[in-house]
Design a protein around this ligand. Structure first.
Ligand code: GRF
Length: 213
């Protein structure tokens, strides 16, 4: 059982996927606190509906990013979380938060990293003309959307794909891979060796190649 604190800013569909996986008895995690930097985030209502304590730490109240992060660390430490899950959290984090939870912060990004880090990843992918898109769960390091990859998932890009349709299909992938990554962490299977995350003791079935044109 891993104790998780989630940082959110928006709709919270990834948070919901984690909540649902726990409720289904398929994720050994206790979501102990959900923290939002935005008071109106829909993710907060999802947490409350699931009986999870919520906190708002409004980044606008802090002069420096480090001060904001110190406040987050306080909330997360108070809740004694083992793992911090960024689930649609829209602030860049600083070493203050990173160093408080070394290799214990995960993020999800809606692209097949290292392609298309940063904002509007799905639009970047479409503009680039990729035929295969996807999402990545990774440990957070000092660079944005950069740390060691834990789980990735891919979708074929349809010829008439729009940013919205791609976002929705990538989100469906996200909702599978984030709970999976957290479960692997909960089972103590993740060992980070440089850039590589070695997963001990389980071997996922090798799917057939995904070919798209
Ligand atoms: C997701 O696409 C996630 O990959 C990105 O922000 C979005 C958050 O969506 N980091 P939601 O709030 O989980 O619905």
């Amino acid at each position: 059982m891993v104790v998780v604190g989630a940082l959110v800013s928006g709709a919270g569909t990834n948070l919901q996927a984690i909540i649902d996986r726990v409720a289904a008895g398929r994720l050994d995690c206790e979501l102990r606190v959900v923290v939002s930097n935005r008071p109106g985030a829909a993710a907060l209502a999802r947490a409350t509906a699931a009986g999870i304590p919520t906190r708002v730490v409004d980044h606008r109240r802090f002069a420096a990013r480090e001060d904001f992060d110190r406040a987050l660390v306080g909330v997360l430490r108070e809740a004694h979380v083992d793992l911090v899950v960024l689930a649609g959290f829209d602030r860049l984090i600083t070493p203050v938060l990173l160093d408080a939870f070394p290799l214990r912060i995960m993020n999800i990004h809606p692209a097949l990293l290292p392609a298309f880090p940063g904002l509007h990843a799905q639009r970047q992918a479409l503009d680039y003309g990729v035929k295969i898109a996807g999402a990545s769960v990774h440990f957070v390091d000092r660079e944005t959307d950069h740390g060691p990859l834990i789980v990735q998932g891919a979708v074929a890009v349809a010829p008439d794909e729009s940013e919205e349709t791609l976002r929705d299909r990538v989100l469906a992938v996200e909702h599978e891979i984030y709970p999976t990554a957290i479960q692997l962490f909960a089972e103590g299977r993740l060992r980070v060796e440089g850039r590589r995350v070695v997963i001990r003791g389980v071997r996922p079935p090798l799917p057939p190649p995904l070919i798209s044109w």
